[in-house]
Design a protein around this ligand. Structure first.
Ligand SMILES: [Fe+2]
Length: 194
């Protein structure tokens, strides 16, 4: 599956502009995480670190969010059907399902662990950008994100425990995870409109 086809599928399924931006943000973080984890784990098979696959999982992880609105227990399953219909690799399908514990409770690969943590951090970073005076990602710093991290009432939807999976499951300290993710998102600030 090519990134261009994945983007088209996402755009067909997702109408909400903010949800599209969320997809792009998680895609960007996944690309950076793939590079980082590949460097950190030269012992792991190279096939685990196909950057295009990682990016596609980020892009599509929430693709059916609007379609299953009335039946959230089916979240990721509609995307799975669409992906199966176009013959997408099982690794991509498993990655999409892995960000949703209710559907896939275990995370078995680096890719699956990565999307789980990246999903929630992207939301926190966007929330921090929106409270900057200029509302720009360019004026967000790692420190400003870390400062908001313990404030439970701030961006309460961005589950901190899930973000901390970076330390538990990816062995990347929170500060480094924020740094890498922030830079990835700043790299597509224009597309994100932030
Ligand atoms: Fe998400």
């Amino acid at each position: 599956m090519l990134r261009a086809d994945a983007y088209q599928l996402m755009a067909d399924m997702v109408k909400n502009r903010n949800l599209r931006k969320h997809a792009l943000a998680v895609e960007a973080i996944m690309g950076a995480l793939c590079r980082e984890l590949r460097q950190r784990h030269p012992e792991a098979p190279e096939s685990e670190f196909d950057a295009e696959e990682w990016r596609i999982v980020g892009l599509l992880h929430d693709a059916d969010y609007e379609l299953v609105e009335k039946d959230p227990d089916r979240h990721t399953l509609v995307t799975e059907e669409r992906l199966q219909a176009v013959g997408a690799p099982q690794r991509i399908i498993d990655g999409v399902k892995a960000h949703h514990e209710g559907i896939k409770p275990s995370r078995d690969t680096w890719l699956e662990k990565a999307v789980y943590a990246a999903d929630e951090l992207s939301g926190l970073i966007i929330a921090v950008a929106l409270v900057r005076p200029d509302k720009k990602l360019a004026s967000v710093t790692v420190d400003s994100v870390l400062k908001k991290f313990p404030e439970k009432a701030f961006a309460a939807g961005a589950r901190r425990e899930q973000i901390l999976a970076c330390e538990r499951e990816l062995d990347i300290p929170l500060e480094e995870f924020v740094d890498l993710s922030l830079k990835a998102m700043q790299g597509i600030a224009g597309e994100l409109g932030l």
